[in-house]
Design a protein around this ligand. Sequence first.
Ligand code: SF4
Length: 397
Amino acid sequence: MNSNIAGSDANVDGSPARYRSRTKVLYLGAMLMQAPIPALPAPSAANLLTWYDWHARRLPWRAGPAERRRGVRPDPYRVWLSEVMLQQTTVTAVKGYFEAFTARWPTVGDLAAADEQDVMKAWAGLGYYARARNLKRCAEVVAAEHDARFPGDEAGLAALPGVGAYTSAAIAAIAFDQPATVVDGNVERVFTRLYAIETPLPAAKSMVRERVAALVPSDRPGEFAEATMDLGATICTPKRPACSLCPWTEACRARAAGTQEIYPQKAAKAARPVRRGAAFVAVRADGAVLMRRRPPRGLLGGMTEVPGSEWREGAITDPLAAAPFPADWRRLPAPVAHTFTHFHLELDLWRADVAATTAAPTGMWWSTVTEIDGEALPSVFRKVVAGAVGNDLPLRR
Ligand code: SF4
């Protein structure tokens, strides 16, 4: 199977893009014109749950099948926290943050009482910082208006700050065993393959939801949600799914046709625009770096940054006008690139080495070598600082 069928357009074989694109279409057409797929058995929730009983991932926020059989219930606070952290991020990336958060704030009441800047600092590096602010607000609402207990149904959960349709369904199912329909990216991949859904995402979302909803069992709906996620994460992977180990292999239309990797089909995305800017890293003689806080609203709102220019499409004509103070600013040869959801960013780096007695301008502060890793620095500014000072600082990336 050509793993690039549904993947990127990277020129892996050196052939011209036009030729590769045409080859891809012909290949895809040939696959879809194969002999009709014989009637297949319907997928069964029971088969999936039996597989899950043996192969469930051990996750720090999860009550596994053996624990549930012993009467252990998942903690809604931990389920909620994990689901918010996992949006747009992998389990591997989240585990350390989850353990640090729950060690420091073991209950929703503890998080509600936390200082917002401490929460932002602990979140730094996970991205999508509006979620960190909503996390704090949601904890405050649960503590103040719900007696520190999460609502037990989708509608009540969806009314909380920052809890959207997916998250409310996931918490309702996993923490409260409600028969909610939980569809994340892994589940979309599994079900578009299982039913050979050729409509591209996102238009196919409603079709996937219907198929998932029809399979949610009345007993163990929470474990069904966890099992479909686990199947997508460990067996029905984007490349080379392990169909011989899949509990739904007999029922899977894509497996029967040999077309697993062409699903899910995706509508072409618009190209991201490129914005440019300048970032100024002032380094004091003792190694401290000048920082400031971003405005509370908007992209990376309330997070920490180094001073810099606005970000916009087109050239920055007078970058030094955005420097925090006059100094011997040197432009560094390698700019920093970072991709946000809606645009690519290219930042020119400027560095100035200044005396240990240099005062921070109003609203800014010097972050010392021991303080800097604890700052609420988003990933793009971690790259900026690392790019300007090398590996001299112990920064999380
Ligand atoms: S049989 Fe293969 S493609 Fe189909 S759902 Fe299972 S792992 Fe995915």
